[in-house]
Design a protein around this ligand. Structure first.
Ligand code: F6P
Length: 545
């Protein structure tokens, strides 16, 4: 296995030449010239449609991008990932998040059977535990049922469980309320704990390494709150569980072995919500829906592993990213879900994509000769329309968008669901086709101010977007959607030649935080800019804040 993507640049050169032809063309023109765009530039799996007809591409673009993917041996990389090869080469590990949602009877590499048995056993444990807590058989120290769960974790040990729990929550849920404590900001834990009863609260400490400073600080604070409130140090085991790949450290913290749910070093933190890291999901929305989430992700896995590159959803989504970012030079991408319960999806994708592919060297350590990960950002529609969409429509930077919308109305309020969906479609249309200055002038015809206002009311259009339309937002479809993005990240990593499964860029900040904490207690750190701020921080707090 080669350590970088070995591209010969031939496919890139062909794409650059093609880009020079496509760049001056407007989406209006591309649609006018090819009436079949809507059907040829869309892909569908049962329950999920990807419409990329409003991207600034033609069939030829996709053919050339697919050639680039082939040149980078994308097929080979996909096979190696599913087979459990150590594709996380810096850490010498496999990346087997797909095994976490493997379904019994589906094709599986023989070498992975033992690991799959461990996954199956863990799934059973999650189901049993979640049922016991939700059914009231697992009781707190005073014999009361659990009403609230706190998930203490950060990054991959927080964003996935939080996103999925919010996405799948329903007003008829019978389970406990689930709270998420990630930030080390002391105000957050104070606010949260003020509203909770220790006798009916279950705490899950989630940390792959069990060394993450923020998580351990929050866990200590919550443990202290619990012990002070109950005075019951022997009964901690009724209220604290851990999810980790480092059980010794969890035991050191005081979590009894029976309360430790393990996962494995071949699961990356940001790819881990399918493991016991998803315990909060199973507790919040029920183990059946947690398992449906896994089944949906598995459907996307099969599609990714088995479908030719040009009809493969994650591949096409990844190729569009490479096109927009590397060839059309768009520096950021916005993710706009038109479903309030998907409000945490942009933050989840930010970690998934930016922590995976925000890198500047290839697998072999040599610098990349192209752009890698764009900035990912976003917020829910329609809220964003009344905040930052002005810039998207008329600003000087072009921002490609992923619109995510669920068509099926599960509220019974069809009037507002129509409005929600109409807004999404309107934004995609307005961004793509705009309104020319002539059209604007005509619209303002009778106005004496027509000439003055026309430039301000003109929309350039030609701003690309994809629409991901889900038939309905249920657990299975959410699983498909998240796996789609995971694999899309893998596709772009293969084209950029980088290892998406480590995150060494977060280490320096962590090390310096440790030094600065020591410096705060002593004579500073010997770096003038930091020391000046430490001085000021200490001065302000010595004044009685
Ligand atoms: O600092 C980044 C990171 O390592 C993420 O990759 C990870 O998801 C997060 O911290 C939390 O790590 P852990 O699960 O080990 O506490």
């Amino acid at each position: 296995m080669s350590d970088n993507n070995n591209t010969s640049f031939e496919a890139r050169r062909a794409l650059e030449a093609h880009r020079d032809k496509i760049k001056p063309r407007h989406l209006r023109e591309l649609f006018a010239q090819d009436a079949s765009r809507v059907s040829t530039l869309s892909l569908e799996l049962p329950g999920l449609l990807l419409d990329y007809s409003r991207q600034r591409v033609t069939d030829e673009t996709l053919t050339l991008l697919t050639r680039l993917a082939e040149e980078c041996d994308l097929r080979g990389w996909i096979e190696r990932m599913f087979a459990g090869a150590e594709i996380n080469n810096t850490e010498r590990r496999s990346a087997l998040h797909t095994l976490l949602r493997q379904q019994a009877g589906a094709p599986l590499n023989d070498g992975l059977r033992e690991r799959f048995d461990a996954v199956t056993a863990m799934r059973q444990r999650i189901r049993t535990f979640a049922n016991a807590v939700r059914g009231g058989e697992w009781r707190g120290v005073g014999g009361e049922a659990i009403t609230d769960v706190i998930n203490i974790g950060i990054g991959g040990s927080h964003l996935g469980p939080q996103m999925a729990t919010a996405a799948l929550a329903s007003p008829t849920d019978a389970g406990p309320r689930v709270h998420f404590l990630a930030n080390v900001d002391p105000a957050l834990s104070a606010d949260m704990l003020a509203d909770l009863d220790p006798a009916t609260t279950l705490v899950i400490v989630v940390s792959k390494t069990f060394t993450t400073q923020e998580t351990l600080a929050n866990a200590r604070t919550v443990r202290q709150w619990w012990l002070e409130a109950t005075g019951e140090s022997d009964a901690l085991s009724r209220h604290f569980v851990a999810v980790t790949a480092n059980p010794d450290k969890a035991a050191e913290f005081g979590i009894p072995g029976d309360n430790i749910f393990e996962f494995w070093d071949w699961v990356g933190g940001r790819y881990s919500m399918w493991s016991a890291v998803g315990l909060a999901i199973a507790l919040g929305v029920g183990p059946e829906r947690f398992e449906a989430l896994l089944a949906g992700a598995h459907r996307m896995d099969r599609h990714f592993a088995e479908t030719p590159l040009e009809r493969n959803l994650p591949v096409v989504l990844g190729l569009l990213e490479v096109w927009n970012h590397d060839f059309l030079d768009f520096a950021t991408r916005a993710v706009i879900p038109y479903r309030d319960s998907l409000r945490f999806l942009p933050a989840y994708l930010q970690q998934l994509e930016m922590e995976s592919n925000g890198k500047r060297v290839q697998r072999d350590g040599s610098p990349v000769a192209w752009q890698t990960q764009p900035v990912v950002w976003g917020n829910v529609g329609t809220n964003g329309q009344h905040a930052f969409f002005q810039m998207l429509h008329q600003g000087t930077q072009i921002v490609p968008l992923d619109f995510i919308v669920a068509f099926g109305d599960d509220t019974g309020n069809r009037r507002q669901q129509d409005m929600l969906v109409a807004n999404c479609l309107a934004q995609a249309q307005a961004l793509a086709f705009g309104r020319t200055q002539d059209e604007t002038r005509k619209m303002l015809d009778d106005s004496p101010d027509a000439d003055r206002l026309a430039p301000h009311q003109t929309f350039p259009g030609n701003r690309p977007s994809s629409v991901l339309a889900l038939d309905r937002l249920d657990a299975e479809t959410l699983g498909m959607l998240v796996a789609l993005y995971e694999h899309k990240v893998f596709v772009t990593s293969c084209i950029w030649g980088i290892n998406p499964f480590d995150q060494m860029g977060v280490e320096l900040g962590k090390t310096l935080t440790g030094r600065i904490l020591k410096g705060m207690a002593g004579e500073g750190v010997g770096e003038p800019a930091t020391d000046a701020l430490i001085e000021r921080y200490k001065r302000i707090n010595s004044m009685g804040y």
